[in-house]
Every structure is written in structure tokens, then in C-alpha cells.
Ligand binder design. Structure first.
Ligand code: GRF
Length: 193
């Protein structure tokens, strides 16, 4: 089975680029079917277009209601025959219609050792709390914020001397290695099914 992967992103898209490169080099054995963004101004859209990846973008407000937004997302995934979705800096909760349409087929990456430091400012929060370590988590999503079964975590030590920006840069480097590797292990399991 040839797995068709979609990436959902709202912003910069450095994880999208890492995934796309991993697909191109064969580290991730899938077709990158689609990049979706809920933000029509997101730089990630240009990055995907530059690489010839199909893009779709619409906002919830353009759909009338949250339910209609979710239903349109489901139809889009059906239209592009998507098997697996990787959230990569997608700044919205996934609702029931989408979750139920693809159980255990939607992954997220988060820059902390979940369940510690969920939410938007996890790198800053871990740094400000004086933690000796933080990390990166890849997990299947559920209806919560940064919850759902954890697939893999990597610890990133925090040095007392480093700034938040330096820590962020190191965390992103870990993310760019970890996400393609975890995606490939999930894809290999799907191919066995
Ligand atoms: C990453 O830190 C990811 O863990 C979090 O959002 C950030 C997205 O960064 N969910 P980018 O847009 O992939 O550069």
C-alpha cells in the first residue's frame, strides 16, 4: 500500500520542509499528497508551492461554522485520498468529525516532554521554569490540547547559559529528525495492515 500523507500547518513550516525532504529522499516512504493551511498568509504555503506540493487553504470563518469547517476538511482529505495526517504547527484543535474519520491516523509534534508544558509557549515556559531538560513529543491526537497517546519522545537538556532562542533552535533541529522517523514507523505499520 502506498500511503498518502497530508501535512497541516499554520505558520512557518520548518517541520513541513523536513517532512517533504524526507519524502523526497525516501526516508519517509509515502506520497506527500497535500499541504493544508488554515492561514492563507502562512509562509508554509509558498514553501509547499515551491516544491510542487498541492496546497489548499481556507479559514474556519470562510466556512460559516466550526462544524462546516471540519466537514470541509474531511471532504478535502477524501478528495486527495489521504491516509495519514501530520499536524506540524497547526494551531487549531481537531474536532470530532475529522478525528472520527481517521482514528489513530492524525499525529502531532509538540516541543516539550508532554504531559509537561502543553499549549503555545512550551519552550519559553520550560526555560522560565528553570528546568534542566525539556524535549519533543510526537503523539496521536485526541480531542484535547496536546493530549493523546504518545508515540515517541526525545529529551533535550537545557543549559543554564543558553537563551530561549538558542534552546528553540536546538529543539527545532530535534523535531526535524524525529518527526520524519516517527512518521516512517507509523507508515511501515500501516503498510503491514
Ligand atoms: C514546532 O515547534 C512544533 O513542535 C509546534 O509548532 C512549531 C511549528 O514550527 N507544534 P514550524 O512551523 O514547523 O517551523
Amino acid at each position: 500500500m502506498r500511503v498518502r500523507l497530508a501535512v497541516f500547518a499554520s505558520g512557518t513550516g520548518s517541520n513541513f520542509v523536513a517532512i517533504s525532504q524526507a519524502v523526497q529522499s525516501g526516508i519517509v516512504d509515502a506520497d506527500l499528497a497535500l499541504l493544508f493551511s488554515d492561514n492563507p498568509e502562512a509562509p508554509v504555503l509558498t514553501r509547499a508551492q515551491d516544491q510542487g506540493i498541492p496546497t489548499v487553504s481556507f479559514t474556519p470563518s470562510a466556512c460559516g461554522s466550526r462544524l462546516e469547517y471540519e466537514q470541509r476538511l474531511c471532504s478535502m482529505l477524501d478528495e486527495y485520498a489521504v491516509d495519514l495526517v501530520a499536524l506540524a504547527g497547526y494551531m487549531r484543535i481537531i474536532g470530532a468529525p475529522l478525528l472520527e474519520s481517521r482514528p489513530r491516523r492524525i499525529l502531532n509534534i509538540h516541543p516539550s516532554l508532554l504531559p509537561a508544558f502543553p499549549g503555545r509557549n512550551s519552550i519559553e515556559d520550560a526555560h522560565a521554569a528553570g528546568m534542566h531538560a525539556t524535549g519533543v513529543t510526537v503523539h496521536f491526537i485526541d480531542e484535547g490540547v496536546d493530549t493523546g497517546p504518545i508515540i515517541e519522545q526525545v529529551v533535550v537538556p537545557i543549559s543554564r547559559e543558553e537563551s530561549v532562542e538558542q534552546l528553540e533552535e536546538r529543539i527545532h533541529k530535534v523535531e526535524h529528525r524525529l518527526y520524519p522517523a516517527v512518521l516512517q514507523s507509523v507508515i511501515a505499520n500501516l503498510q503491514e495492515d
